[in-house]
Write a protein that binds this ligand. Structure first.
Ligand code: AMP
Length: 427
């Protein structure tokens, strides 16, 4: 189905041509006609499905059809995103979509000075993309008012809940005074999301980009069993030997990100890091250099890399499997986009085996295991057999990403840290 069939104004059609969009993606085909009719939307769509256009284009078209004068420090459309990077990315897309219209948009997130953002909001904007924390700060200082918001979008709503933004979202919503259209986009749909949706949405239309929690069909998944203390070595060898040119590496701990990057740089692989301890400018620069190909490898934590759109990313590596199998889907969502072949590699340590099984269940396929010669994991087969036995799986409680609630997670962190240190010392 083409965009033309949706009756978008010539300026939007021109912008989409400039973006190179020819056909609508499945989520766009399903969500756009319903959003254009003004329905609230509950959309199950992971990163890379074209969800930004799915919510932004109907809003822009509706604004074209119902023009309103801009008033000082007010916004008409509010898009909430969990992280700075995602907010910036959504704002960049929105700006592209309205580039031939006389609309204005702005982005607001923490970690940078408020003055510039306040200035951008002074005259009022048609669309504001913001993280919940910074938006509240701006509201408290009367730099922005939500009294005239007509469109509200929660992007990556599941991640906002995971990050503890539920209170912020409720406070923000309480400031919206006009009847408004709400669209909630989420890659996963846990019970607390259902509750939030029930609170926020009026007779929502439910749309899904594909089966829940399934990764793109164009992604080839591979597990490399390897002992924990040899992961760095294997990673460096895989990237070098197989000549992977653009590799996003996920780690569970930011401490490891720095150590791994240091090690890869030492091996001659230009590597940057993107995690919460780095300044906003630093993260943005690393991401930009990675996108431009100046950096061959980017080592990132989940939160920092959440939702990032890196066009045509060929390789995603899980240095550790994520604590929660559903995060595997989020991470891998960055490769195999828009029909391109993607490659999802996971270094599976002994401690990762249980999660590896959960990942296979979640994506609905058995993942190919490749033993890299020289890195065969010791006595792993026995362990895998044991885990595959039903009782072991039934009794497992699942891992948690809350360190305080998960003693084994804390122990593992310590062990991993020691392993990284030990490897660095050996050099
Ligand atoms: P998103 O899921 O919104 O982050 O979009 C993922 C990527 O797909 C972005 O790079 C978009 O620019 C791109 N995209 C969105 N819609 C389309 C489309 N209809 N055709 C081609 N690319 C698209």
């Amino acid at each position: 189905m083409s965009f033309a069939s949706q009756g978008f104004c010539p300026e939007i059609v021109q912008a989409l041509e400039q973006c190179g969009y020819r056909k609508m993606t499945p989520i766009q085909q399903k969500a756009i006609p319903l959003a254009r009719k003004g329905h609230d939307i509950l959309a199950n769509a992971q990163t890379g499905t074209g969800k930004t256009a799915a919510f932004a284009l109907p809003i822009l078209q509706s604004m074209v059809e119902n023009p309103q004068p801009r008033s000082r420090r007010h916004v008409r459309g509010l898009i909430l995103a969990p992280t700075r990077e995602l907010a910036q990315q959504v704002a960049d897309n929105v700006r592209q979509y309205h580039q031939f219209l006389s609309f204005t948009s702005a982005v607001a997130y923490g970690g940078v000075k408020m003055a510039g953002q306040a200035k951008a909001l002074e005259a009022g904007v048609d669309i504001l993309v913001a993280t919940p924390g910074r938006l509240q700060e701006l509201m408290e200082m009367n730099m922005v008012s939500l009294a005239q918001v007509e469109y509200l979008v929660l992007d990556e709503a599941d991640r906002m809940l995971d990050m503890g933004f539920i209170g912020d979202i409720q406070r923000i919503r309480a400031q919206i005074k006009l009847p408004h259209q709400t669209m909630l986009f989420s890659a996963t749909y846990p019970p607390k999301m259902k509750q939030l949706a029930a609170e926020m949405l009026k007779k929502p239309k439910i749309v899904a980009a594909g089966e829940e929690n399934r990764t793109a069909d164009t992604v080839a998944h591979v597990f490399y069993p390897v002992d924990e203390d040899r992961k760095i070595e294997l990673l460096s060898e895989l990237i070098g030997r197989k000549n992977w040119q653009q590799v996003l590496v996920f780690v569970n701990y930011k401490e490891h990100a720095d150590a791994i990057a240091e090690e890869l740089n030492r091996d001659g692989l230009a590597t940057g890091v993107c995690h919460g301890d780095r300044s906003q400018g630093n993260r943005r620069r690393a991401l930009q250099e990675f996108k431009e190909g100046k950096l061959r490898v980017l080592v990132a934590t989940d939160v920092a890399a959440r939702g990032l759109d890196i066009q045509g990313l060929p390789h995603v590596v899980n240095y550790d499997l994520p604590f929660l199998a559903e995060d595997y889907v989020h991470r891998i969502g960055r490769t195999g986009r828009a029909g391109l072949q993607g490659h999802a590699v996971s270094l599976v340590g002994r401690e990762d085996e249980l999660t590896a099984l959960q990942v296979e269940r979640m994506i609905g396929q058995k993942v190919r295991r490749v033993e890299q010669p020289g890195y065969e994991a010791k006595q792993r087969d026995q362990l895998v057999d044991k885990l595959h036995s039903k009782a072991a799986f039934r009794d497992r409680k699942g891992r948690s990403n809350r360190a305080t609630a998960d003693q084994s997670g804390a122990e593992r962190q310590l062990r991993l840290r020691q392993a990284v240190k030990a490897r660095l010392k050996q050099r």
